[in-house]
Design a protein around this ligand. Structure first.
Ligand SMILES: Nc1ncnc2c1ncn2[C@@H]1O[C@H](COP(=O)(O)OP(=O)(O)OP(=O)(O)O)[C@@H](O)[C@H]1O
Length: 266
């Protein structure tokens, strides 16, 4: 990490030549990705292609075998100092919400505030109420335990915690998984509202084609241990077999409201 103030322009995230190996298995073999500030980018790929590992790498939790990552102008160091230097500047919503079951929603939201330190308890209470309202939960949700919440409410509570310290970037790992279509589309709207209101940059791993079509500016596809990135239109024109079948399958056509490709195999 550099000690200098991070530049406010330039990309939110730069991934250059990232190689990730577990034992003898290579997951990423030279990933490059640039995420612009204020962009909503979807990350897709087959199961086990390393989408979650990519998020963990960007936020400094997973050290790659090679490559460089810059997050909000800070070079990620993977020795713990990254997370410290970037404290509060990014938030993460883990796949299952990852709320602490023994803590209320309000207390969960206050976890990052306590880690940050120096925030008086009364202000933390006030801030957690604000975050609860920001994500569209009723005020009484603050005093509830995760077990008392629906799946959709848990996701919103997890998002409120990710937003606890007013981050510039949020990472969402399958935020709409397990939600019914209405809950999922409400969540999509919430992400769009938050981007509009807070200027957030959003990196979202998702299998939800409706979310991709509705809210993502660009999509990063993990294939062949690398990333192919483009707009929906650009990727729709790709000849790569996995990308082609992903963006032209019947479910994709329903989500993207497109007729079948002329000559496409069904
Ligand atoms: N800490 C680890 N040690 C060893 N292998 C790991 C570790 N973390 C992830 N892997 C492996 O790396 C691969 C990619 O994992 P990852 O969770 O990123 O996949 P994914 O693309 O998010 O998959 P899914 O869509 O199924 O959630 C998997 O084969 C996984 O088993």
């Amino acid at each position: 990490m550099t000690g200098a103030a991070p530049p406010q322009d330039g990309p939110a995230i730069e991934v250059r030549g990232v190689v990730t190996r577990f034992g003898t298995t290579t997951i990423h073999d030279g990933l490059d990705l640039t995420v612009k500030r204020g962009e909503i980018i979807g990350v897709v790929g087959g199961s086990g292609t390393g989408k979650t590992v990519l998020l963990r790498t960007i936020i400094g939790l997973q050290k790659p075998a090679d490559g460089e990552v810059t997050l909000l102008g800070e070079t990620v160091a993977w020795d713990g100092s990254s997370t410290e230097a970037l404290a509060g500047r990014f938030g993460m919503l883990f796949q299952d919400g990852a709320l602490f079951s023994a803590l209320t929603v309000g207390q969960n939201i206050q976890v990052p505030m306590r880690e940050c330190g120096g925030i008086p308890p009364q202000l933390m209470d006030e801030l957690s109420r604000l975050k609860v309202s920001l994500v569209g939960l009723p005020p009484d949700a603050c005093g509830k335990f995760p077990s008392e919440l629906s799946g959709g409410m848990k996701k919103r509570a997890g998002l409120a915690r990710a937003l606890a310290l007013d981050p510039d970037v949020v990472f969402l790992d399958e935020p709409t998984a397990g939600l019914d279509p209405i809950g999922a589309s409400d969540f999509d709207e919430l992400i769009l509202d938050l981007r509009r209101a807070l200027g957030l940059t959003v990196v979202m791993v998702t299998h939800d084609l409706d979310s991709l079509a509705r809210i993502c500016d660009r999509i990063a596809v993990l294939v062949d241990k690398k990333i192919v990135v483009g707009t929906m239109e650009e990727l729709t024109g790709s000849q790569h077999p996995w990308i082609r079948s992903y963006f032209h399958g019947p479910r994709a056509r329903a989500a993207f409201d497109r007729p079948a490709l002329a000559g496409a195999q069904e």
